[in-house]
Design a protein around this ligand. Structure first.
Ligand code: ADP
Ligand code: ZN
Length: 533
């Protein structure tokens, strides 16, 4: 093949690759020919080539500039550097440029010489910039729009950016210019939202497999010291290897980093509250040195391309499966074996539910968030293949993977239907008996028939449910409660997390629902029994 406009030729000559991967060939062909496309491809799948090759092909045939919209300044910088290195004239416009540099790039763009221009989304609404695009468009030199990280346009996605909403303007103003939107995560609802907001109804949708076969998924139950669990996991599986540990709060990030460091690991904190210089230093060390464990909030990760991250651990539950998938996807980009490890417990379920309930959003929004959280909880409680569940969430059917905790050692299950009924009726009795509400610790004490001060104080010895659950361990009861909360039959209220029944608890009480639970993992503290919460 010697046609200089042929995608295959460009792939070899410019990028030095011998063949397209997966759906790339189809996407490139479709986009080069001027079709609109929505590309869903996992991180590391090779999304960039899906617009870079068409951009070059179209520029070579005289169609002018491709505008790439991206929210990630660091990434723009890297990509432009790599393209220029490969002999492709590319540039970026963002707030970090001096005005001289910006004017120089604008001149290059207007001359028609520039092949790819990367810009942040806020640039699109800049009148001066739009006038320049108008000028190109009038001369037939506006070739293609590529919208990277397209999920940012959706409030259902995990990284909504309001500036992305303005991107529909591109289509309204230049309806004849083809567009390709790309993202690494989008479940059905986010996908539909991207299509609606960017007016991509006519676009062909390309969905690649989201499977990351080299990542081993494991979700373990929290014991009394999740940090120790984490440390054991790192020591046993990833001594001296690079990894990311996600925590929910800044404080927990700092505490955990300090604690791991004291335990002898090279751990660094990262969150948006740290000084920019400190953040930069920690990020640089993570990228350059071996064996750094970055303890971070979700502020860390987007646009950081380190191929040999050997594990991603979660000490707190993420918001939903999309976030979980995105965060764990930062492990093993080089294709070598990597771990996605999470520890989770009752408090995680309660916290995430509460964060949704107490957020200022409207009820519809909360309802969607609850649905998404439920899907994640189902993944965490699953007794079958995690990957089948995870891929299933993104609409992909698969077979048990043999490379997740549940496949490797199938968890024993027990029928918790009866126990669930006992627990629900105990909560119901509390309520009947004076309208008082109680938390998890007391509930489990009553079920197990313990004579604590509180039991005496409220006369709970005399409840018909006192001691009806002495046959189960405290941990088993916590599992039942977690599951009941995860399923929405029980909810918690107020600062003391008191428990109340929801409408759906009725069906369980009546016996219409079967509950199969994991037998608690061999937690070291189980035998001690006794003390609550
Ligand atoms: P994404 O944006 O989907 O996360 P990238 O576009 O950054 O992925 O590509 C991930 C890596 O795979 C890059 O190092 C890229 O050069 C490489 N890559 C992409 N396509 C091919 C291909 N057809 N052949 C070989 N390497 C490829
Ligand atoms: Zn599996």
């Amino acid at each position: 093949m010697t046609d200089p406009h042929a995608p295959q030729q460009i792939l070899q000559e410019v990028f030095g690759y011998s063949a397209f991967r997966g759906a790339q060939a189809d996407i490139v062909q479709h986009v080069t020919a001027g079709g609109d496309a929505l590309v869903l491809m996992p991180t590391g799948g090779g999304k960039s080539l899906c617009y870079q090759v068409p951009a070059i092909a179209r520029h070579r045939s005289g169609q002018g500039l491709t505008l790439v919209v991206s929210p990630l300044i660091a990434l723009m910088h890297d990509q432009v550097g790599a393209l220029e290195e490969a002999g492709v004239h590319a540039a970026f416009l963002n707030s970090t440029l001096s005005s001289e540099d910006a004017s120089r790039i604008e001149r290059e763009m207007l001359s028609g010489r520039l092949v790819l221009l990367y810009a942040a989304p806020e640039r699109i609404t800049n009148p001066r910039f739009l006038a320049q695009l108008d000028s190109l468009h009038e001369r037939g030199l506006l070739s293609l729009f590529a919208i990277d990280e397209a999920h940012c346009v959706s409030q259902w996605g995990h990284d909504f950016r309001s500036e992305y909403l303005a991107l529909s303007l591109l289509h309204e103003r230049y309806p004849d210019v083809p567009r390709v939107a790309l993202t690494a995560t989008a479940d059905d609802i986010t996908r539909a939202d991207i299509i609606a907001r960017l007016q991509l109804e006519q676009a062909r949708v390309f969905i690649s497999s989201f499977d990351r076969p080299n990542i081993r998924y494991a979700i373990v139950e929290k014991d009394a010291s999740p940090r120790e669990q984490l440390l054991r996991f790192i020591r046993e599986e990833h001594e001296d290897e690079a990894g990311v540990v996600y925590c929910q709060s800044r404080r927990k990030v700092e505490e955990t980093a300090a604690w791991l460091e004291a335990a002898g690991l090279k751990a660094l904190p990262y969150h948006a509250g740290l000084d920019a210089a400190v953040r930069q230093r920690h990020q640089d060390r993570f990228l350059r040195e071996d064996g750094i464990v970055m303890v971070a909030t979700v502020a860390f990760g987007m646009g950081i391309d380190k191929p040999d991250v050997r594990f991603v651990a979660h000490l707190d539950l993420p918001k939903n499966i999309e976030s979980y998938y995105q965060e764990t996807g930062r492990a093993g980009r080089d294709g070598a074996a990597a771990d996605a490890w999470m520890t989770y417990g009752l408090a995680d379920v309660v916290n995430q539910r509460r964060m949704i309930d107490e957020s200022p959003s409207d009820e519809d929004f909360k309802q969607v968030q609850r649905g998404k959280l439920d899907a994640l909880l189902a993944l965490a409680e699953a007794t079958d293949c995690r990957r089948v569940r995870l891929l299933g969430y993104f609409g992909e059917h698969s077979q048990p993977c043999g490379n997740c905790d549940n496949c490797i050692s199938p968890p024993a299950t027990w029928d918790a239907t009866e126990a669930a009924r006992k627990m629900l009726s105990c909560i119901y009795r509390f309520h009947q008996n004076g309208g008082q509400r109680f938390g998890a610790g007391h509930l489990i004490d009553v079920l197990r028939g313990k004579s604590t001060d509180k039991v005496t104080q409220y006369g709970h010895h005399s409840l018909s449910t006192w001691g009806i659950g002495a046959d189960l361990s405290e941990q088993q009861w916590r599992g039942v409660l977690r599951q009941l909360i995860a399923l929405g039959h029980v909810f918690t209220e107020g600062e003391y997390h008191t428990l109340a029944l929801s409408e759906s608890a009725r069906a369980v009480l009546k016996g219409g629902v079967q509950l199969l639970l994991r037998v608690p993992s061999a937690a070291p503290r189980r035998g001690r029994g006794g003390s609550s919460s």
